[in-house]
Design a protein around this ligand. Sequence first.
Ligand SMILES: C=CC1=C(C)c2cc3[nH]c(cc4nc(cc5[nH]c(cc1n2)c(C)c5CCC(=O)O)C(CCC(=O)O)=C4C)c(C)c3C=C
Ligand SMILES: [Fe+2]
Ligand SMILES: [Fe+2]
Length: 337
Amino acid sequence: MKGALLVNLGSPNSTSVKDVKNYLDEFLMDKRVIDSPYLIRAFVVKGIILNTRPKKSAAAYKKIWWPEGSPLIVLSERLHKKVQENTKIPVELAMRYGKPSIKSGLQKLVDQGVTEIFLIPLYPQFAMASTETIVVLANKLVKKHFPQVTLTDLPAFYNKADYIEVLSESIQSELEKSKPEHLLFSYHGLPERHLKKSDVTKSHCKIDGSCCNTPSPAHEFCYRHQCYETTKQVAEKLNLKEGSYSVSFQSRLGRDPWIKPYTDHVIDDFAKNGLKKLAVVTPAFVSDCLETLEEIGMEAKSSFIENGGEEFTAIPCLNENEKWIKTLSGWINNWAE
Ligand SMILES: C=CC1=C(C)c2cc3[nH]c(cc4nc(cc5[nH]c(cc1n2)c(C)c5CCC(=O)O)C(CCC(=O)O)=C4C)c(C)c3C=C
Ligand SMILES: [Fe+2]
Ligand SMILES: [Fe+2]
């Protein structure tokens, strides 16, 4: 029997500093997120980051937390429920960090008699720190606890026509309301080093990004190429004029160079250079979360206004968009046929 497992990133259990610390510990000790050798990673995470970051992050989570819990979890649960209603096979939901765990998601499917699982990382663009860590962990758990199960994973869907269509439509409806002068596509950032590590050709990736428009097998796993491609395809669909949209990368952590340009710098420069109406879309996330609601919807917005901007629109993620639910359910139904 077939089943599907949707997997998102996960959130702390609550906004307490202790719960946020436990969550960040699990998240940042993942070698595909902070990719230094174990002893260095343990020193940096447990000796430095976990001393200060949990308090700051807990305060940020408090600003966006809902009575039902973390927006990322609540929105993922709603997505799961609606996808289950539109599919013919059992579908479960899991988180890479925190609860519900991937192991419990696999267990729930196995308990329903499932032996073939469609693993769906809920990230449109591939990254070692997002998609790959889910696929690796799920395979490890299957091998250890559920050897009768086979896993098939959904590749990054950054350029799938139906996804681009749904994303474009949802952006278009917001643009019609807010009529911005500029649309910024802000993707979650990555340390530049991660791009090189994921380059399967070992020679294609240039840190300056000049490689990302030259066709290469490396692009199957190149986060930056995939972000550019999602943007290009949406821009084509919406007939966006050259110069009326751009790409940037948000949420950096630590002192290493991350993929540029940085969203916070770009937004401040826009405001300082006289741009008055800005809309920001965040297509690296399918469900709204801390990084969209707080970092963009609150922090970036105040910074834009403080620097002279007047109107700032944070475009919601696809969340419970009906066509997105139909699209995702369609991928599952097609696989199950
Ligand atoms: C080295 C650090 C990080 C890498 C690399 C990274 C990649 C990455 N993350 C997401 C998606 C999300 N990240 C979220 C929060 C978040 N991310 C980091 C660090 C890295 N992410 C931290 C420390 C945090 C926690 C909050 C904070 O302290 O700033 C979230 C939101 C979670 C929530 O509960 O709402 C998402 C989603 C992707 C897609 C990605 C690689 C492309
Ligand atoms: Fe992140
Ligand atoms: Fe590239």
